[in-house]
Design a protein around this ligand. Structure first.
Ligand SMILES: NC(=O)c1ccc[n+]([C@@H]2O[C@H](COP(=O)([O-])OP(=O)(O)OC[C@H]3O[C@@H](n4cnc5c(N)ncnc54)[C@H](OP(=O)(O)O)[C@@H]3O)[C@@H](O)[C@H]2O)c1
Length: 262
């Protein structure tokens, strides 16, 4: 997601391009972000490099009727300057029947305008409903809020999706703008783990959140130096002891918790 005044937009485009240089391939945007502006800027960033990225956008629930989804996708493709998305998500469930949205998603797949269909902010019953609404394609992904202090999805949603090979894409991995305080007891654990690994706290957070197979994360970075740091969140592994220490410091709820949403 990128949006903002022109100079910060230029930095955001630079940040995206640097991410591609560093091998970060998943780019997440939505028609909602900046009323289409984020898609335009993403289009600038990927111009000439479309094949290097896994491009994701989202349809707003208010546009997610059958015809509305088809038209929204056309508009997103035009803004992004591409002929296809790798993944198209329903941003959250709205009032249009899921069956209509998913039927449109299947048509978009059949026409080659999207490769995969998914949802966002869906809990397990909603994911089941989305799966049931798809007739001849599989639900590919569910994008949900997941960070150190919001680990409710580990209880049911992650296991459910893993068993069915539905990718879980974690948004707001740093808690949006609420990184844990590093002078708290839990924050000190985070700092110690980071120091032991010669990594930063944010790199430890990203590594911890992606410790399960099929769980991805999409930190937002609109500054190149942030992209560079975040790229160091993968390509190495925390030890089981370090994972256990972080687990104790930032405990997951021991029962199913309602899905958080930004
Ligand atoms: N599906 C949904 O409903 C939904 C909802 C919310 C978000 N999302 C997606 O998830 C993405 C991330 O979520 P988010 O923006 O809410 O939260 P986030 O990624 O947890 O945090 C973003 C904030 O962290 C800062 N940051 C990132 N890397 C940093 C670094 N290395 N050092 C210091 N600061 C750093 C960013 O600053 P700078 O921007 O200045 O680099 C920004 O202020 C969004 O871009 C969007 O694509 C999806």
């Amino acid at each position: 997601m990128i949006e903002g005044p022109r100079d910060s937009e230029r930095r955001a485009v630079e940040a995206l391009r640097l991410g591609m240089d560093l091998g970060l391939t998943h780019i997440d945007t939505a028609e909602m972000y900046g009323n289409g502006r984020a898609e335009k800027l993403t289009g600038e960033a990927i111009a000439g490099r479309r094949d290097e990225v896994f491009l994701v956008s989202k349809v707003l629930p208010s546009n997610a009727s059958y015809e509305g989804t088809l038209r929204a996708c056309e508009r997103s493709l035009a803004r992004l300057g591409t002929d296809h998305l790798d993944l198209y998500l329903l941003h959250w469930e709205g009032s249009y029947p899921l069956a209509d949205t998913m039927r449109a998603m299947e048509r978009l797949i059949d026409q080659g305008q999207i490769r995969f269909a998914g949802v966002s902010n869906f809990d397990v019953p909603q994911v089941k409903a989305a799966q049931a609404a798809l007739r001849h394609h599989k639900l590919a992904a569910n994008q949900v809020l997941y960070h150190l202090r919001n680990r409710g999805i580990e209880h049911k949603l992650i296991p459910y999706c893993q068993e069915r090979q539905i990718a879980v894409v974690a948004y707001s991995p740093f808690g949006h703008e609420a990184l844990p305080r590093l002078d708290s007891p839990a924050g000190r654990v985070l700092t110690e783990v980071a120091q032991r690994n010669g990594r930063t706290v944010r790199q430890v957070i990203l590594n911890f959140l992606t410790r399960f197979p099929d769980v991805f994360t999409i930190p937002k970075a609109s500054q190149p130096e942030h992209t560079r740091e975040n790229a160091g969140g993968s390509g190495w592994t925390l030890s089981p002891e370090e994972i256990a220490a972080l687990d104790r410091a930032f405990p997951a709820p021991n029962r199913d918790a309602p899905l958080g949403m930004l």
